[in-house]
Design a protein around this ligand. Sequence first.
Ligand SMILES: *Cc1c(COP(=O)(O)O)cnc(C)c1O
Length: 407
Amino acid sequence: MDSARTPTSPSDAVRITAATGRALATEAVHAGRDDLAGQGLHAPPIDLSTTYPSYDSRGEAARIDAFAATGAEPDGPPVYGRLGNPTVARFETALAKLEGTESAVAFASGMAALSAVLLVRGSMGLRHVVAVRPLYGCSDHLLTAGLLGSEVTWTDPAGVADALRPDTGLVLVESPANPTLAEVDLRAVAHACGSVPLLVDNTFATPVLQRPAEHGARLVLHSATKYLGGHGDVLAGVVACDEEFAGRLRQVRFATGGVLHPLAGYLLLRGLSTLPVRVRAASANAAELVARLAADPRVARVHYPRIGGAMVSFEVHGDPHEVIGRVRLITPAVSLGSVDTLIQHPASISHRIVDADDRRGAGVGDRLLRLSVGLEDVDDLWADLDRALGERAPGAIPLREALSGAE
Ligand SMILES: *Cc1c(COP(=O)(O)O)cnc(C)c1O
C-alpha cells in the first residue's frame, strides 16, 4: 500500500489533511459546525422535531417530489423526521469531511446501515454479493442467511475478480477485520472490483488511520456505535459515499425507517471532536500491550494490524473463558471503541452466530480473545491482564525473568 496514505503510526495519521485543505484534527472539531458562530451559538443545537410546519402545501408537494426523484436533502426544513434531521445532518456532514467523501447517511445502527446498502443494490436487481471473511459476526450472518434476499460468494481478496457475476451488486470487506485484525490491500481489491461498488467497513481503523475512499472504495461503512461515538452510549451506523449513492440510501431510509435519533446525532458529532486524540492515545496503549503480550509465555499468538489502532487480538494457551472470568478493571463485554477497555471471546459472543466451521475457517479460533484498548493507564491495564492470564506454567518462565529472579 501507498505509505504516504497508509500511516505507520497514529501520530502520523492525525496529520493527514482532509480534502478541504484543513487537517483531520481541525475538521474533527469544526466540520458540521461552520454556521454556528453566525447564529450566535457555540454548541450545536439539538432539533427534536418529528414534524415541520408549513403553510405552503404546494411547496411541500414539490419538495417531496424532488426527494422522490433524487434523494437529495430538501432545502429548508425536512417536512418529517423520517426524511431527515438537522442535528443528524451535522454529524453526516462532519463524517463525510473526515472520510473525504461527498456525503454520508446515518442510520439507527451499523446493521441498519449495511441493510440499507443491500436494499439499494437489491432493488436494482443486483442481489449477488462478493465478500471476504472474516466480517463482523452479524454482517456475516445477514449475508449467509440471505435475510434481505441477497446471495453471497465468499472468497479471499485475490479471488474477488473471479467471483464477480453480471448480477453482482456489491463487494464487501473489513480491514482490519473483526476480530482477527486481518488486513486487506484496499487499492488492489478496489481495482479488482471494476465498476462494482466496493464497501469497506472502516469501523476498526476510523478515518484517523485509514480513509478507504482514497483507495477506491465507493462506500465506507461504520458502526458508529464504536469509535465515532466513543463512549459506549450511542447505537448508530453511517455510510460515507458519493452524493448519487447517498440519495438512494436516504430514499431507502425514508421508506424503511431505520433513522438515527437526533440525540444520538448530537452525541456522535461531539464524539468526532475527540476522535483523533482518543484513537492516538488508545493506540499507544494498545501497542504497549501488544509488546507485553507477545513476550508472555501464556500467550500463543498476538494479532495487531500494520496500520496500528486500539484493537488487539490474542490466543492463549490456557482456557480463554477463565481469562474473561478473572478481569476486574477491564470490562468483560462485547462491543468496542469506548474510552474504557473491553475484552470478549469472539467464538462465544461477537461471532457466535456464524457457523462454527465457517468461523474457524476464517481464523476465529476457540482460544482467541479480542481486546478493545481504552484510555486507562497502561500499567493498570497490564496488571489486570497479567492477573487474568493466570499462573505462568512452570518451565515456561521467560529466560530473562528467570535469570533476574523477577518471577
Ligand atoms: C459492531 C460492528 C458492526 C455492527 O454495528 P452495530 O452498530 O452494532 O449495528 C458492523 N461492523 C463492525 C466491524 C462492527 O464491529
